[in-house]
Design a protein around this ligand. Structure first.
Ligand code: SAH
Ligand code: SF4
Length: 419
C-alpha cells in the first residue's frame, strides 16, 4: 500500500484542508505515515501569514531537496498559501513535482464535488470549510492575495457533508472561513450564516456547532440572534479586534473604531449569556506609539477575553502596509508589548476560569491522552478528567475541581449518550 505524509502549518483552514486531502488519499488506497522518509507521497501545506511561518516552510522545502535527490521516486507536492505564482515556484523548487492552490484538490485526486468524505478515524470533532478567500484587504494581510476573493460553498453541499460526517460519528463541527460571518453573499439565493446555522441545527445526531473566524464589520444582529437561540450553536465567538487604537485601526483598514468594537461586544454579551469571546491582536504595527499600544492593552483589560492570539507585526511583501508604511517599531519594543499582552491574558484567563471552580460543566469528550479523558465545554474550555468507561463522543457533566489559565480538571458526575 502506498504511504503518504502531510506536513501542515498555519490556521484551522489549512488543518481542515489537510484532513480532507488525507481522506481522499485514503479513499484511493494510501495509508498515512508519521515518518516522512517512508512516505511515497509527501505534501507540504504551507502558511505565509507571518514571516516565521514562511521561514519554516522554506526550511522544510530545502530539507526535502536532499531526500528527493536520494529517492527521486518519491512524489513531492506543495499546497497552501505559499502557492500563488506556480510558474515561479516551478523554477525555484524544481524538486517539487506538483503545486496546487490552497483548498484545491489536485487533478490527479479530483472527485465529484459533493462526495461526502468520511473522516479517517473515529474523530468526534470535524472542521468544515464553508467560505474560501477574503475580500477585505486589511493593509497588513497577505491572505486575500494568496487565497483570492470570497467564494461560498452552497448550503446543500455543506448540509450533505455534515450529514455524512454525523453518520460516521462526528458530534461537533466547526465551520471555517477567513471571514466566516460574510458567508453567502456571493451565492444566488444570498443565504447568510444565520440561515446555514438554522439548517445545521436540525441535523439529528449533531451535538454542537461552532464557527470561525469573524470580521466585526460582518457580525450581524441576525447572526447574534442565531447564536442566542439555536441550541446546538455554542456560546463561543471569535472576534479579532487587532488593535484598540483608532488611528492604528484606520491604518490597518479594519473598517471599525474601538468604540464600535466595544459596543458590538456589549450587544453580543447582553444577548448571549455566558458567551466566551476570543480575539486576535497585532502589536508593533507601523507607527504604533506607546500610548496607542496602551489603548489596545486597556481594551483587553476591560473586555476580558477568554482567549487572545497575539502576534508581532511582520511586513508581508505585496501588502499595502509593506509597500507604504515603514516597519518602524523596533523588535525589542514589539517583543515587550507582546509579552505584556500575554502576561495580562494569563491573569484574565485565570480569573475567568477560577469562576468555574465547583460548577458542573457539559463536556463533549474527544479522546484519551496520557490516561486521562479530554474534552471541551460549550465555551471551548479544555477539560481533563478520569473515568474507567469509554467516554469518547459522549456528552458528560463534569464538576470542576481545579482550574488554570489554560484548562480545567474535574470529576465526572453523570454520563449520557452524546447527541
Ligand atoms: N481573518 C482573520 C484572521 C486572518 S490571519 C481576521 O480578520 O482577523 C490570522 C491572524 O494573523 C490575524 O488575525 C492577525 O492577527 C495575524 N496577522 C496577519 N497578518 C499579519 C502580519 N503581517 N503580521 C503579524 N500578524 C499578522
Ligand atoms: Fe486578512 Fe483582514 Fe481578510 Fe482577515 S479580514 S483574512 S486579516 S484581509
Amino acid at each position: 500500500m502506498p504511504q503518504y505524509h502531510i506536513w501542515t502549518t498555519g490556521c484551522q483552514m489549512n488543518k481542515a484542508e489537510s484532513e480532507r486531502l488525507g481522506n481522499r488519499l485514503e479513499e484511493l488506497g494510501y495509508q498515512a505515515t508519521d515518518a516522512i522518509e517512508e512516505a511515497d507521497l509527501i505534501v507540504l501545506n504551507s502558511c505565509v501569514v507571518r514571516k516565521s511561518a514562511e521561514s519554516r516552510v522554506l526550511n522544510k522545502l530545502d530539507a526535502l531537496k536532499t531526500l528527493k535527490r536520494a529517492q527521486p521516486q518519491k512524489t513531492l507536492a506543495l499546497t497552501g498559501c505559499l502557492v500563488s505564482e506556480i510558474d515561479q515556484l516551478e523554477k525555484s523548487y524544481p524538486h517539487v513535482d506538483y503545486f496546487f492552490k490552497p483548498g484545491d484538490i489536485p487533478p490527479w485526486l479530483a472527485m465529484p464535488d459533493c462526495t461526502p468524505v468520511p473522516p479517517r478515524n473515529a474523530s468526534v470533532c470535524a472542521f468544515v470549510p464553508i467560505i474560501q478567500g477574503c475580500d477585505n484587504f486589511c493593509s497588513y494581510c497577505i491572505v486575500p492575495y494568496r487565497r483570492g476573493r470570497e467564494r461560498s460553498r452552497p448550503v446543500d453541499d455543506i448540509m450533505c457533508e455534515v450529514a455524512a460526517l454525523v453518520r460516521r460519528g462526528v458530534k461537533e463541527i466547526t465551520l471555517l472561513g477567513q471571514n466566516v460571518d460574510s458567508y453567502g453573499h456571493d451565492l444566488p439565493e444570498k443565504p447568510d450564516l444565520a440561515d446555514l446555522l438554522a439548517g445545521l441545527n436540525g441535523v439529528d445526531g449533531l451535538a454542537r456547532i461552532r464557527f470561525l473566524t469573524n470580521h466585526p464589520k460582518d457580525m450581524s444582529p441576525r447572526l447574534i440572534e442565531a447564536v442566542a437561540t439555536l441550541d446546538k450553536v455554542c456560546e463561543q465567538i471569535s472576534l479579532p479586534a487587532q488593535s484598540g487604537s483608532d488611528p492604528v485601526l484606520e491604518a490597518m483598514r479594519r473598517g471599525y473604531s474601538a468604540a464600535q468594537y466595544r459596543s458590538l461586544v456589549e450587544m453580543m454579551r447582553r444577548r448571549i449569556p455566558g458567551l466566551a469571546l476570543s480575539t486576535d491582536i497585532i502589536v508593533g504595527f507601523p507607527g504604533e506609539s506607546d500610548s496607542q499600544f496602551q489603548e489596545t492593552f486597556d481594551l483587553l483589560e476591560e473586555l476580558k477575553f477568554d482567549v487572545v492570539h497575539v502576534a508581532a507585526y511582520s511586513p508581508r511583501p505585496g501588502t499595502i502596509a509593506a509597500r507604504e508604511l515603514e516597519d518602524d517599531v523596533p523588535g525589542p519594543v514589539k517583543k515587550e508589548r507582546l509579552d505584556r499582552v500575554e502576561r495580562l491574558q494569563e491573569t484574565v484567563a485565570a480569573t475567568i476560569n477560577q469562576q468555574l471552580a465547583g460548577e458542573a460543566v457539559e463536556v463533549l469528550v474527544e479522546e484519551k491522552t496520557k490516561g486521562r479523558w479530554q474534552g471541551r465545554t460549550r465555551t471551548g474550555k479544555l477539560v481533563f478528567f478520569d473515568h474507567e468507561e469509554d467516554c469518547q463522543g459522549r456528552l458528560v457533566k463534569v464538576r470542576v475541581a481545579r482550574t488554570s489559565p489554560w484548562s480545567l480538571q474535574g470529576e465526572i458526575k453523570t454520563t449520557s449518550q452524546g447527541g
